[in-house]
Design a protein around this ligand. Structure first.
Ligand SMILES: C[S@@+](CC[C@H](N)C(=O)[O-])C[C@H]1O[C@@H](n2cnc3c(N)ncnc32)[C@H](O)[C@@H]1O
Length: 351
């Protein structure tokens, strides 16, 4: 949803370069110091450094009304304002990815683009490990996005960065309709297909046709275990954000229409465990299964489940976007030789 706090918190930090020494002027001394960045974006991520607001506004004039000067004296937007975050995302997608039309219904998850792009680039690296270091590109590479949301962000970024063809699954009919509108408005119907998962208890089961093959599956799972936990977690994050500016008003939170985006019974552990179990059913149809794990503390249990699953290979990949540390797990039921052969077959079919 727009300005979802954890996403917004991440969004307010990642584009910053590591803190540079400040000139010792009186004005500089009066300004709070920007927090030092803990990590860097992926080297191919287009969002290195600070956002260039004049350039963004030149491409998307509607952004101008939302630009504010933050407590560090820099141009920014109010990440507590859902409309501002939405318009900002629209401007980024237009400037960096040539996405001309992008909108989400009120209350739906508004993704921090740099962090989402990092997962896509790290996935490209994962595929490259089976292809002698070369990233497989083009529409022959097929990717499944589990829970593509109303924003359709991963298919948009993956298609624009690497030309991959996507199938996005979704249980929420409103989200699905919004994502379809984005795809159609940008003329991406051949590159991005969206399909409803009718049974919310299932992930792959009942979704795929027997003849379909995917090089990758990716997922940003609903991570809370109840609507209350989602609300509390969000309020805590907003309060932390609020520390930057005590006068900032916190947004009203309403999980009514889109709660499935943020929580599911058992939280992300249950969701990912179900994904692992069901992945065995479609083990021969998907080369690499992957999922983000939002809570580092959940990793041990998830890795244990993966090692029991019979997967031929299990990996955990760390990513960091500014202050935010994230990670994904990846597993494959194919050996390294089988994966290399899979890519060779696809390459031969392409020639
Ligand atoms: C955290 S949101 C991620 C949305 C988007 N991919 C993003 O990263 O911004 C999780 C999404 O998964 C969807 N979802 C939940 N259970 C699902 C299931 N069993 N199959 C497919 N999608 C599901 C939710 O409706 C929601 O849109």
């Amino acid at each position: 949803m727009p300005g979802f706090p954890s996403d917004a918190a991440a969004m307010s930090q990642p584009p910053k370069r590591p803190a540079r020494p400040r000139p010792k002027t009186a004005a500089a001394a009066a300004q709070p110091r920007a927090p030092a960045s803990k990590g860097e974006l992926h080297p191919r991520n287009r969002h290195q450094g600070r956002y260039d607001f004049p350039a963004l506004i030149a491409g998307s004039p509607e952004l101008a009304q939302f630009v504010v000067i933050n407590p560090y004296g820099k141009e920014s937007i109010d990440f507590a304002n859902p409309e501002a975050v939405k318009v900002f995302n629209r401007a980024l997608l237009k400037q960096f990815y040539g996405i001309e039309h992008w909108d989400i219904p009120p209350g739906y998850l508004c993704p921090p683009i740099p962090g989402r792009a990092d997962y896509i680039h790290a996935l490209a690296d994962l595929l490259a490990t089976d292809c002698g270091g070369e990233i497989p590109r083009g529409a022959q590479v097929r990717v499944l996005d589990v829970g593509s949301g109303a924003n359709c962000i991963y298919p948009l970024l993956g298609q624009r960065e690497y030309g991959w063809r996507f199938l996005g699954s979704e249980i929420d009919a409103t989200a699905l309709a919004a994502a379809r509108t984005i795809v159609q408005a940008n003329g991406l119907q051949r590159a991005i297909e969206l399909r409803q998962q009718i049974d919310a208890k299932h992930i792959f089961h009942g979704l795929l046709q027997a003849e379909e093959r995917f090089d990758l599956s990716l997922c940003n799972p609903p991570f809370h275990s109840s609507a209350e936990e989602a609300t509390q977690g969000s309020q805590r994050k907003w309060k932390n954000l609020g520390k930057l500016d005590p006068k900032r008003k916190l947004p009203l939170l309403n999980f009514g229409g889109q709660s499935s985006e943020l929580w599911c019974e058992g939280g992300e552990i249950a969701f990912i465990r179900r994904m692992i179990t069901e992945s065995r059913e479609v083990a021969q149809q998907v080369l690499w299964f992957t999922s983000l794990v939002s809570k580092g503390g959940n990793l041990e249990q998830i890795e244990r489940a993966l090692h029991k699953s019979g997967a031929a290979e299990v990996r955990t990949v760390s990513m960091s976007q500014g202050q935010k540390q994230s990670r994904f797990v990846a597993w494959s039921f194919h050996s390294a030789e089988q994966r290399a052969a899979w890519h060779q077959r696809r390459g031969a079919a392409q020639d």
